[in-house]
Design a protein around this ligand. Structure first.
Ligand SMILES: [Zn+2]
Length: 334
């Protein structure tokens, strides 16, 4: 039957939340929310990107950030995953594929000359120059432009699916790494299991993620820490459960110190968390003033003096990244 009633953009009634992406436990139905309209506005204002024009229209109007009661992983629901065009647009920013990261040095220190190394999501191959000599290196990358840049340096980088590699060539590598990849992956358990399958007994699995127990977990308006860029957020409690979930042994978790360039973001996160607690909230909202660019800039500029005025400096200041090193049990030794 035809209706001439006006229609509004509404989500369908929310069904029961899907199970946890990592441990499978039932998730709470509700959590902090962020609207697609705010995310699209932040992409336009902060990054000059039009998501719809990049073939990345939102499938729902609102996204819930749900925390698993079991493994504590924080995860957005429903799914909104960025296509390769979004990554091609982001890579024009010099900070997107950085040439030097603390996790590169931390991971390279675990690798010995002559070992076989797999890097999943290797971008343009920035990690390779940190490796010791005579390493047999294979990189996987789906961004075709980044892949071409890596190959231009003579690196063996392929557009292979990790699952297919794990099935075809299990236990081929001494070390399998993924830097800043896990948080983009809609099914992180399967990804981690495949990464572990690629490693020989006694070999290492090394993953780095944005540390959700740093300023990142309390940041407001960080549009790259939400869908469609990130599907999940990784607190220390979740990372501590990874070895048991994957049948691996914990070796090390390495926390990056706060980079000078993140001082303002850390200060603003502390100020906003203090304000949130004053008004009875546990955390600030995910997005604030997204349509008010000048007000947002003023808030950012005021962050450092505000933090000083409120004496919010005492707690230890953690940096952006945490790197977890795990060993596959087995008889071949380290
Ligand atoms: Zn879980």
């Amino acid at each position: 039957m035809r209706s001439d009633l006006p229609t509004a953009r509404l989500d369908p009634p929310r069904e029961a939340a899907p199970p946890c992406r990592l441990c499978g436990q039932a998730l709470p139905a509700e959590g902090e929310t962020v609207t697609a309209a705010d995310i699209e506005a932040l992409y336009r204002q902060d990054l000059g990107m039009d998501l719809a024009a990049l073939g990345c229209a939102p499938p729902a109007a609102r996204y819930h950030l749900l925390q698993c009661p079991g493994c504590r992983l924080r995860q957005f629901s429903p799914d909104w995953v960025a296509p390769p065009a979004v990554y091609r647009a982001l890579q024009v920013h010099p900070w997107y594929y950085q040439a030097d990261k603390s996790e590169f040095r931390a991971a390279a220190a675990q690798i010995r000359p002559g070992q076989a190394v797999l890097e999943v999501g290797c971008g343009s191959g920035k990690f390779h120059r940190f490796l010791p000599p005579r390493v047999a290196y294979l990189g996987l990358e789906s961004n075709t432009e980044a892949l071409a840049q890596a190959r231009a340096q003579g690196l063996d980088v392929r557009s292979l699916d990790l699952q297919r590699l794990a099935e075809r060539d299990p236990e081929r590598f001494d070390v399998a790494l993924a830097f800043q990849v896990l948080e983009h992956v809609p099914q992180p358990l399967a990804f981690l299991q495949d990464l572990a399958r690629c490693v020989r007994p006694g070999g290492l699995v090394i993953v780095s993620v944005p540390a959700d127990d740093s300023f990142l977990g309390r940041e407001v308006n960080n549009v790259l820490n939400m869908p469609p860029h990130h599907c999940t957020r990784w607190p220390d409690a979740t990372l501590a459960r990874l070895p048991a979930l994957l049948g691996l042994q914990a070796v090390q978790a390495l926390n990056e110190a706060l980079a000078p360039g993140h001082g303002r973001a850390d200060a603003l996160a502390r100020v906003l968390r203090g304000v949130a607690r004053l008004v009875g909230r546990r955390t600030p909202p995910l997005v604030m003033l997204s349509r008010q660019r000048l007000l947002r800039r003023a808030l950012g500029a005021a962050a450092l003096p505000l933090r000083a005025a409120l004496r919010l400096r005492s707690a230890p200041r953690r940096g952006h990244t945490v790197t977890v090193v795990m060993r596959k049990p087995g008889s071949f030794g380290p």
